[in-house]
Design a protein around this ligand. Sequence first.
Ligand SMILES: [Zn+2]
Length: 319
Amino acid sequence: MRIARVALALAVLLVAAAGTLLALAHRQIRAIDPPLPPLASLRAFADAPDLPVRVSVWNSASQPAPRAQVLDARRDPAPDAPYVMSHPSFVVEWSDGRTLLVDAGMDAEQARAFGRPLAWLGGGAIEPHGGIAERVAPALAGRSVAIAFTHLHGDHVGGVVSLCRARGAAPLRLLQTAAQADAANYTTRPGRALLDDAGCLARERTADAPAAPLPGLPGAFAIHAAGHTPGSQIVGAFVRTADGVRGVLFAGDAANAIDGIRHDVPKPWAYRTFVVPEHEARLARVRAWLREAEAQGFAVAIAHDERHLATTGIPPFAP
Ligand SMILES: [Zn+2]
């Protein structure tokens, strides 16, 4: 009896502690609502003489999932459409070899662990394709490489650990807005710890501006997006190819499917309330901003929408 009472008291305490943590995280994220840059102001980045000449994507894992896992089914115009969750790392390259990576995806082992709970919730099996350490890093040997993260969740940060190992003594520039460097919650602290332990990152803060230039990488910029995590960023770049100059916005998890942007569909209520405490009103503003950007010709790369990524014109990374 006594043991049962103690166990019950402990359980109540645990639930109360978790509830407090969740409430604090909601209060924190709801207070973050910085100005988004006018889209016209981004065009100045396209005027740099030395724009990147290539953008490509390495997808570290794929997992089919019901759309109800990523879009509020009550507002989803196509709830039965197929959906595959991707875990990409984007590779932006300048003519002299300078490279910007956006997100690090996951190694095969990390991907299997990440995909398991989603499979229990009705998703298919996750299929790892290999991490960037093995698939991208060999091609970057001897180059100046920087990395920026859309946010510090494990599925976007994981691959950096073996990337550092693969690069040996070569430093990797870590470019962060002040918000991402300073503000964290319990969902981003494990990812931050990975960055602290990675061993090759040279931290640099971007200037405090609605669209901050990424130093030494003309044409590239970071925007404090917030909404999903306190330090969520949209990273962007204007890329010069044979077809002309095109703006690309790496939107991370502002939405998890392009239809969230195009049809203004929030993430499922249970997800944004209990799994990742989000600021939905802020995300609605970010979605509207991205919708307008897409209408103006920007490619909007949603991290987790594999079928959409294949339509953006961003080709798979090839060494
Ligand atoms: Zn994610």
